[in-house]
Write a protein that binds this ligand. Structure first.
Ligand SMILES: [Ca+2]
Ligand SMILES: [Ca+2]
Length: 229
């Protein structure tokens, strides 16, 4: 039994290492640092934008490269507190346990092009209404002060969010809230990468029934031998 768990743990460590190397390879290959094209929200995986009020290239939020600023999106031109949205459909129903949000304000210009809130919604029953709030939290418009921000540059946001439960949907909607006023204040999104639901991160492994049966037989044999002694 001890040997089994030792082997099981070694397999988990090996799989985690392989996955890390896999994503690192994609990160090196892509234009915007640490964004990937291998995630379930990416255009390369079949995602399409179905509706948006963004000012420039909403599709680029789902692609590490693109025609505007090398792969960026500018959301709707508004005032502080105004929201802007992108609705998108994945190639099929996908299950995510988190996401990684990349955004960028203007260097040396305070909170210009920053957001003050981010929402992710889902239409689970495919009825055209995004009734499920997947995530809805304020963001520090001064990105360097945002807890959990892993970006190297002070004006950028690289935020990994793990959800309390897996969410499965094909229809999604993101919303940003504009932080600053004046010209050039549209929120700049760089990327939204999905983190696919994975058995590796589940704390309790579920053993298959045949294996449980074998383990039960082994335990029974062990007890039987002990009782004979
Ligand atoms: Ca992506
Ligand atoms: Ca992008």
């Amino acid at each position: 039994m001890y040997y089994f768990w030792q082997r099981f743990r070694k397999v988990l460590v090996l799989k985690s290492t392989v996955i890390t190397l896999f994503f690192s390879a994609f990160s090196l290959a892509d234009g915007n640092p640490n964004t990937v094209s291998s995630d379930l929200f990416d255009l390369s995986q079949g995602t399409v934008v179905v509706n948006s009020d963004a000012f420039a290239t909403p599709e680029s939020t789902f692609s590490p490269t693109g025609p505007f600023e090398g792969g960026h999106t500018l959301m709707r031109t508004g005032n502080p507190g105004d929201s802007s949205f992108i609705e998108f459909r994945t190639s099929g129903r996908v299950s995510i346990e988190g996401f990684r949000l990349f955004a960028g304000s203007d260097s040396g210009a305070g909170t210009r092009r920053a957001m003050s809130n981010f929402r992710l919604l889902a239409d689970l029953d495919n009825n055209g209404s995004y009734e499920t709030v997947v995530y809805d939290e304020p963001i520090s418009a001064t990105y360097s002060l945002q807890p959990g921000n892993a970006a190297t540059l002070a004006e950028q946001l690289d935020l990994t969010v793990m959800l309390p439960a897996v969410v499965s949907s094909q229809n999604w909607r993101l919303e940003t809230i504009q932080a600053s006023a004046g010209a050039f204040s549209e929120v700049r999104l760089i990327e939204l990468d999905a983190i696919a639901a994975s058995s590796i991160s589940r704390p309790v492994p579920v053993l298959p029934m045949p294996l449980l049966f074998v383990l039960a037989l082994s335990l029974f044999g062990f007890v039987a031998r002990k009782l004979k002694v």
